[in-house]
Design a protein around this ligand. Sequence first.
Ligand code: NDP
Length: 256
Amino acid sequence: MQTSPFDLSGKVAIVTGGNGGIGLGMARGLAEAGAAVAVVGRNEAKSIAAVAELQQRGAKAVSVVADVTDKAAVAVMVERVRRELGRVDILVNNAGINIRKPPHALSLEEWESVMKTNLTSAFLCSQAVHPAMKEAGHGKIINIGSMMSIFGAGFAPAYAASKGGIVQFTRSCAVAWAADNIQVNAVLPGWIDTDLTKRARVEIDGLHERVLARTPAARWGAIADFAGIAVFLSSPASDFVTGTAIPVDGGYSIMG
Ligand code: NDP
């Protein structure tokens, strides 16, 4: 019998921010497709709950507590995954935060905190897994951008800069590591119902309705919408796909 091009049996995935929101939606997809998953986050209780859920689905899963902005912690995290799960085939750079302020009100500390969490962390984690992927002769890296990888936003200058940067970082790694058979792609979520956007919906007057009005699919995204793209970009089905930035947005980005 031929194996499915979407089969991830025997593969090991690291999902940063895999303990909730979009990261958990992706972790569930990867686990369903057969991958073992390392859930990385700072909140151990949340990570342990996510791991228990993935294990209930029949997957091998471990929680690794790490702050992905910390180079030393990232090195220890990757080492632990290699020791406990044996290899690293897939990295999802999903951890992210936003601080909603216009550029004139944002402090340097706030700017750096967003840039470090959303962009520098992807650099640190990608660099840390590269030796294992190169040695194995293959690898898949998925970086999470945003609609703000494409559009500007007056209330999110650091966030938009970090998410624009992640697309160019994705393209650069895709070129640099093509010879190592490592495919690097970005996913650009539209407006998704998670902890990150719950506050925005309350704080930004009319946001909920504006998103609905602009989204052809006429709904907010759900974390389950990210299982399929995670599996596709992690599997042999995408072996000739690299350096792309794929919107998963219900059509938000194609509305004029
Ligand atoms: P959540 O707030 O639900 O999840 C964010 C995750 O990031 C948490 O699991 C958190 O875990 C983790 N995290 C944050 N900082 C760190 C850190 N320093 N080290 C390790 N883990 C960290 O948000 P979403 O699921 O909505 O967002 C996930 C990604 O998707 C982000 O990159 C976000 O920018 C992006 N995105 C989201 C959109 C949306 O509409 N929701 C739209 C476009 C993009 P812990 O607290 O345990 O550290």
